[in-house]
Structures are given as C-alpha cells and as structure tokens.
Design a protein around this ligand. Structure first.
Ligand code: CP3
Length: 351
C-alpha cells in the first residue's frame, strides 16, 4: 500500500521532493542526500569564482550566490541546495562590525560584554537583507524541482561569536556571561532569536522549501544549562517558522541534548557522527526524521570503507520516520569532490 505522503511520481514542485517528503516523515523514492558545506573550498569551480572576493562581500552578490549555490547540485546531483551565505550575515546586515577571516572564521571587532552592547543589535527587517531575497528568488527559479534549504545560526552559537569575539574551543566568556549575568544573557539571546527568526522568514518568503537551524557549538553545554539558558531562545526561532516548511535542528556533539533539541520544535533532528542514527532514533523516541551522519573525515578513507559505512547509515536511517543522508558536520576543504559524487550515487542506488 502507498502511504498518502509517498513520493511515487516525479513532481516539478519542490514540496514533493524526496528531501521534503523525508523531512515530513514520509518514504521518498530514495533516501535524499545533501552535504553541509557542499558549496565551498572542496570545489575548484568555487575557488575560481570566489577569487579576490572577500567572503562577506560575496554573500551580498546575488548572481555569485546563485552560481555558488548551484555548483554542488550540478556536480554531485544532490537532492537539495543550501543557500550560500553565512550565519553572521544578518549580524553584519544590522551593522555589527565583523569579518570572516579565511582559515579562522567570524571575527567580531568589539566583543559583546555589557548591557550597552545590546544597542548594537537592533531588530532585523527584510530591508536589511534585500540581496538574500533576490538570491533566493533567482535560485528557486533556477532549481525547479530541487528544494532550496535556507538556514540561520541559533542564538547560542551566534552569541558565542559575539561574546568571544571569534571562534572558541572553551566558550569561557560566553559561559561566564551566561552564569554571571543571566538577565543580560537572556536579553542578548532574545534579540538574536528575533534576528535568526526573521532571517529564516525572509528566506521562506522568497521560496526556500526547508530550513536548518545551526547550533553548531551548543554541544559545549551540559543539559541543565541548555534547558535553562538556550532552549527557550532556540524554541522561539523554530516557532517563528512553524507550520511553513520542514525545520532541521542541528548541532555538533549534541548526543546528550538530542531529545531536548528535538522537542524544541523541529521536524528533523540533525545528528553528528559521534552518535549512531540508531541511538539518535532511540533518544528522540522515534518521533522525528533524522539527518546525518557520515564522519566527514571518513571521506579520506579507501572507498570500500566509505561504502560499507554509507550502507550501514542508510540501513540505520530506515528505523526513523524519515531519513536525510548527510555528513555529521561540514565537508572538509581537502575532500576529493569525486568521492562526494560517488556517495550520492551510492545512497540513491540503495533506494
Ligand atoms: O554549503 C553550505 O553549507 C552553505 C553555506 C554555509 C557557509 N557557512 C559558507 C561558508 C553555511 C550553512 C555556513 C554556516 C556557518 N558558518 C556555520 C554553521 C555550520 C557549521 O559548520 O557548523 C558556522 C559555525 C559558521 C561560521 C563560519 N564561517 C566558519 C567556522 C567559517 C570557516 C572559516 C574557515 O575559513 O575555515 C566560515 C566561513 C565560511 N562560511 C566559508 C564558507 C564556504 C569559507 C570561506 C571561504 O571559502 O573563504
């Protein structure tokens, strides 16, 4: 028997794509696959078009964004595009003095520390990011049946960059602020939740078919702190776009937080490579679609190793209501792109 939301016929509407079907907990004709950081330095065609253009400048150039976003779709035949942008783009758009430094990541000129710093975080409006609306509109037209994933950083991960002033392994300033001045912490995260929620809404209004909330560094927190200091704000972001398009909630090293991240309001829970999909399904009560979770470093191993692991992950994913194949985190820059193409072909061949 065919379930009502089955993806049995090829459709020109991305809402009937394998990705959206799986995200909604249905059986698609094959396991959909895309890769976090699929656009980027693993592709020679990316390096070519980015030459001489700083990262944040490139994010504000709709024609370039469109080209870069389409590159991995053309090359690998992945089941979704993800908008080429960055989690700090909306912060830059409202006037925060920051830059993305190659090989390092986002760097904030004056790190946030006091209540006065909140004045540097006005509300985001669609008028702040006209280039996002333009890029998404042109991408949706170009992509046809292939869905475009929009995204945002979650409040904790954004706050970490603002408070630390750049990438941090320890998140010491962030944790000190969180525990030392909870009221300021909550006010900061409430502003970031408005910014993140609006950034997602802009992308949905322009035609994105799904969204992912990246809380990349939240795995640094114990569960009690997550629930008290972070979850309400992530929940607010996810709630902003509830009922519109499927939502994916992802973080790294979040095995202990997975059930809470799922319950914060999402259709799909992103799983990094440290936790098996079997455990992820069990920890979230079998109530959510899952996304993941091949270790990006395994792409450097011999093909038979990759092949066996991909098959295993696809099999484990069958226990979830829906499964989107992905890596456990982003594509590493030195990855051989032909291996990624081969992974896509293999996942598709498994049905
Ligand atoms: O293909 C895609 O996944 C879409 C594009 C995308 C980028 N950044 C492009 C980018 C997405 C979804 C992001 C999100 C992002 N940015 C996250 C969450 C995802 C994750 O990895 O957990 C985070 C933490 C950031 C912050 C950030 N921006 C980092 C850590 C870096 C890497 C710094 C470096 O050079 O190693 C960036 C820069 C960045 N964002 C690049 C790309 C393609 C590299 C810049 C370049 O090519 O010069």
């Amino acid at each position: 028997d065919t379930p009502p939301n089955a993806d049995t016929t090829a459709s020109a509407d991305p809402r009937h794509s394998a990705l959206v079907t799986a995200a909604r907990g249905g059986r698609a004709r094959h396991t959909p696959v895309w890769f976090m950081r699929q656009a980027g330095r693993s592709l020679p065609e990316y390096k070519k078009v980015r030459e001489g253009i700083p990262m944040l400048e490139s994010c504000a150039m709709p024609d370039l964004v469109t080209e870069i976003t389409l590159q991995p779709v053309r090359r690998h035949g992945v089941d979704a595009a993800i908008l080429f942008s960055d989690i700090v783009v909306p912060l830059k758009a409202i006037g925060v003095d920051l830059d993305i430094v190659a090989g390092t990541g986002p760097v904030v000129a004056e790190p946030f520390a006091t209540r006065a710093d909140l004045d540097r975080l006005p509300a985001l409006t669609p008028e702040h990011v006209p280039y996002i609306t333009e890029a998404v509109g042109s991408l949706v037209a170009e992509l046809g049946p292939t869905p475009l994933i929009g995204f945002t950083g979650a409040p904790f991960t954004l706050a970490s960059y603002l408070v630390e002033g750049g990438p941090s392994k320890t998140h010491q300033r962030t944790k000190a602020l969180m525990h030392g001045d909870p009221e300021l912490w909550h006010d900061l995260c409430a502003r970031l939740a408005q910014i993140a929620g609006t950034f997602l809404q802009v992308q949905i209004d322009a035609g994105a078919s799904a969204v992912q909330v990246f809380d990349s560094w939240v795995g640094a927190l114990p569960r009690t702190d997550y629930l008290r200091f972070v979850e309400p704000h992530s929940r607010a972001v996810l709630e902003t776009v509830a009922g519109q398009v499927p939502r994916i909630h992802f973080g790294v090293g979040t095995g202990e937080l997975l059930a809470d991240m799922a319950a914060a309001g999402t259709e799909v829970i992103g799983v990094d490579y440290r936790l098996s999909l079997t455990d992820a399904v069990q920890r979230t009560g079998g109530a959510y679609a899952v996304q993941g979770n091949l270790d990006p470093a395994l792409l450097f191993a011999p093909w038979p190793v990759i092949e066996a692991r991909v098959i295993e992950i696809v099999e484990e994913g069958r226990a979830a209501p829906g499964h989107i194949f992905n890596l456990g985190h982003g594509v590493l820059p030195d990855t051989d792109p032909s291996v990624l193409t081969r992974v896509v072909e293999l996942v598709h061949s498994l049905g």
